[in-house]
Design a protein around this ligand. Structure first.
Ligand code: LRH
Ligand code: MN
Ligand code: MN
Length: 384
């Protein structure tokens, strides 16, 4: 297979919440023309697919994307040329969860959090989604506030209940985050904790790696390699960060890190559609326009992937085996320093797409149309 063939197969999943208004805890800037409901979020995501050709799925977040009829929403997605991807549960915006959700000391709060996932599984059935994605805000702010160990036991029990409710074609994908909203100790702070719970659950439980969820300086590609070895890398939440969970456009803060991640993916053969790795974005576009922000992000992932595919694997193995430190590093750097934009432009043209997706989107008039049509767009993500 040529590099182009591999790139043609790669798909990137878009988050519905990237299209709604978002901000920091200081201010949400309302943009004109943002979607007023999940139908319009899907329509906007379909624009990203239309101009990139590689973003055919949209993740939903429940209850941000609450609708009466999910069969109808799935039909709408299909009409727009996309499908529904992962269903994200939400355990972080309910007063009952102040001291935890799946780990809460009270059995009735835990039962409520488990029941929310049963609702999400129903959404999966209606929409044809196969991934139930959990991220837990649970944790402690103060030593002694609760038992670290008992919370792990409660978490294991709650997760087992949810896992048992899945259909055979469903996967549970479990995200970790080292801090925020809890500051002393998160209940799933790292990939090791997520992996231990996945291993206990069964072979349809996988780890989600959000690139913004590590301590500064963490070697993320090492985690990627380790999870791939264990066969438990279920998905990425791609974004960029300078400081914490910044949720900036992937590849904007540190394109070299993204390339190193994709190098591990390529080396392990995990680009194949059958690898089980779902390449998702988890981003907010607080100050830039959202649809072009998503297009740019998809292009950044494609560029990092193309560069990773350019690494001469045979020569690299030879240099590594010979202990040729500079030679091996040179091969990787040569690939990273190659301008792959002409290659990707050719690829797009071969697929009948415009070589310049952002330019084509801008010329389409869609942005002006939604500003005129949509008045009073929602804060469709944070704070909704
Ligand atoms: C938590 C997180 C998680 C949520 C999303 C909105 O920080 O990364 O994936 O679902 O943000
Ligand atoms: Mn995430
Ligand atoms: Mn996050």
């Amino acid at each position: 297979m040529t590099i182009q063939d591999v790139l043609r197969q790669q798909t990137i999943e878009l988050p519905s919440w990237a299209f709604g208004n978002s901000g920091t805890r200081f201010k949400v800037f309302a943009q004109q023309g943002v979607p007023r409901d999940p139908y319009e979020k899907i329509a906007d995501a379909a624009q990203v697919h239309r101009y990139t050709g590689v973003a055919p799925r949209v993740s939903l977040h429940i209850p941000w994307d609450l609708v009466d009829d999910y069969d109808d929403l799935a039909r709408h997605a299909k009409e727009q040329g996309v499908s529904i991807g992962a269903i994200n549960s939400n355990l972080f915006q309910d007063d009952d969860y102040m001291l935890g959700s799946l780990t809460h000391p009270s059995a009735s709060v835990r039962a409520k959090a488990v029941a929310h996932h049963l609702q999400c599984i129903d959404v999966m059935r209606a929409t044809g989604s196969t991934d139930l994605k959990l991220w837990l805000p649970d944790g402690l702010n103060y030593p002694g506030q609760d038992s670290l160990r008992a919370r792990q036991d409660r978490l294991a029990d709650s997760l087992a209940e949810i896992y048992a409710a899945l259909d055979p074609n469903h996967r549970l994908i479990l995200e970790y985050k080292f801090f925020e909203p809890a500051f002393y100790s998160m209940d799933i702070p790292d990939w090791g904790t997520s992996l231990l719970h996945c291993l206990a659950l069964g072979d349809r439980a996988f780890v989600v790696l959000d690139t913004g969820h590590h301590a500064p300086g963490t070697n993320i590609e090492f985690i990627v390699a380790q999870l791939l070895r264990a066969g438990r890398l279920g998905a990425f939440d791609f974004n960029s960060r300078f400081y914490a969970d910044d949720d900036l456009m992937v590849g904007s803060a540190d394109p070299f890190q993204l390339f190193r991640i994709m190098h591990e993916i390529v080396q392990s053969g995990a680009l194949a559609p059958t690898s089980g790795v779902n390449f998702m974005l988890d981003q907010c576009h607080n100050i830039e326009p959202k649809i072009p922000g998503q297009i740019r992000s998809v292009m950044n992932v494609q560029e990092a992937t193309a560069k990773a595919l350019l690494v001469d694997a045979d020569a690299l193995l030879e240099a590594q085996t010979a202990g040729d430190v500079l030679g091996a590093n040179g091969l990787v750097m040569d690939a990273f320093n190659t301008d792959v934009r002409p290659l990707l432009a050719d690829l797009r043209e071969s697929q009948g797409l415009d070589p310049d997706p952002i330019g084509a989107y801008k010329a389409s008039g869609y942005a002006e149309k939604i500003v005129a049509e949509r008045v009073g767009g929602n804060q469709a993500g944070w704070g909704a």
